[in-house]
Write a protein that binds this ligand. Structure first.
Ligand code: NAG
Length: 276
């Protein structure tokens, strides 16, 4: 199970003007490799992770973060120079992360420290966004694949501290443990994907698509807590009908449990539910 936000190239709302693959890292667990690269768009210059898929003819970003470029353009830099650029947390590319965090953002004014469970680290852009907030929440991030943690730390400046920790475990197991120990969160974010863009449903991973998982997610929420699930359908099956059916099945599972529910976006959907 891959864990990150997939952004299908076709659904990107901007134009890529430069594109370089500068490193490749392989995961035994997922039996696949990931490219670390750099690109420019009208939004700025960024570092990305994408599945290594030569000849595939289509770019799929798992995650992107802004970098500090100085004066040089990507094309005039060496590979080492590109990889040496620092992540720019002041200038986030959070367009598709924001819907996932809407439930959290609504509640940041309170005096209490929000407790957040974030399932699916990817390159850490969701978590680093939370870290950059003035009223910092306390985040436990769960990632099943140690290689993703390595990528996040080595290339995306993800650092653990008192308010931020990474647990390398299966998200479902963590939900079960929390439920046994009565641990509940103000927000649970599920941004966990399969890693295969040809799967019918890429995000969330199959493990989150059954009644037991839905009950666990619900049980991990405090009253008034919000659940956000990133949804992405595969390239082969992205028909409007499939999307509607799939989202409906998630909604039905939560129907009588939650007060509000919202779905945003078109290709990359985010479901947002609030526990009543
Ligand atoms: C943050 O979360 C951890 C793990 O749940 C907990 O041990 C710690 O007390 C929390 N800290 C704050 C300030 O809420």
């Amino acid at each position: 199970m891959k864990t990150a936000l997939f952004l299908a190239f076709l659904s990107l709302p901007y134009t890529i003007s430069a594109h370089f693959i500068d490193d490749t890292v392989c995961s035994e667990m997922q039996a696949m490799c990931f490219d670390i690269g750099h690109g420019s768009s009208d939004e700025g210059t960024f570092r990305f992770v994408s599945p290594h898929n030569p000849g595939h003819g289509m770019e799929t970003y798992l995650s992107r973060s802004s970098v500090m470029t100085g004066d040089k353009e990507l094309g005039f830099m060496t590979r080492d120079e590109r990889l040496a650029m620092k992540i720019d947390n002041q200038n986030p590319l959070y367009m598709l992360v924001e819907p996932l965090l809407e439930g959290v953002q609504r509640r940041l004014d309170g005096k209490e420290v929000l407790q957040i469970l974030s399932i699916g680290l990817g390159a850490g852009s969701v978590d680093m966004y939370l870290k950059s907030l003035e009223n910092r929440p306390n985040v436990t991030s769960v990632e099943i694949d140690p290689i993703m943690v390595k990528i996040a730390k080595n290339y995306f400046n993800v650092v653990e501290d008192d308010f931020y920790r990474i647990v390398v475990k299966d998200g479902i197991d963590v939900l079960k443990e929390n439920s046994q120990e009565n641990r509940q969160y103000d927000a649970v974010l599920v941004d966990a994907c399969t890693g295969n863009i040809f799967d019918e449903v890429v995000c969330p991973a199959g493990a989150f698509l059954n009644k037991e998982a839905v009950d666990l997610l619900y049980g991990n929420l405090k009253k008034g807590g919000t659940l956000s699930i990133g949804v992405l359908l595969g390239q082969e099956t992205g028909s409007g009908k499939t999307i509607v059916q799939f989202v409906k099945s998630l909604l039905i599972a939560f129907k009588n449990l939650c007060k509000t529910r919202e779905i945003q976006g078109v290709q990359n959907l985010v479901g947002l539910w609030t526990r009543s």
